[in-house]
Unconditional design. Sequence first.
Length: 232
Amino acid sequence: MDNGVVLSMKNITMTFPGVKALQNVDFTLCKGEIHALMGENGAGKSTLIKVLTGVHTRDSGEIYLEGKSINNRSPEDAQENGISTVYQEVNLCPNISVAENIFAGYEPRTKFFSIDWKKMNNKARELLAWVGLEDIDVTKSLGEYSVAIQQMVAIARAINFNCKILILDEPTSSLDDHEVENLFNVMRHLKADGKGIIFVTHFLDQVYSVCDKITVLRNGELEGEFPIAELP
């Protein structure tokens, strides 16, 4: 397998009662690539992502991460394998602090096994600075911040897990133009760092702005994969 390929999904088929949601779909993602996944509602985009992240169990097909066969049975499995997802509706906890959201379940501990709040808050500030949020108070509740900032916090959490693949599922739908450009700058930064990014969107102009390739699904089948540079 090509050393540049971080993810390869082969012949993925997924059936719901009476509906073939995916039929022999292939998808390939390279390191340091922003790859758009597009299609109309019902095309199979979300199903493909949920198969990858262990929400759904595929009927058939193979998934390879850096050449190794994987079978994620839950989002936790996917996260352990270096695959993180940030959804349009951020699935974090608004009533706890920004830092606690970034480290939830993996809080640094003191030698007495209590949470090392100073270390956690300082590390949270470092991670947020990496995504362009130098002035965020990490001790404030996440719910006090906008959707755009909450998405960046979710990305910072993914970076903390040293993700190899970041899935952004319709992340720009609730953002204004300035917030979209900030997100794109972070995506470019992650690309330069060698991360593979799957960008699920229905905004074609944004695909041309930030993506390297586009894969199009239609009625659960693969329409094609296209390098952006070769599109008119």
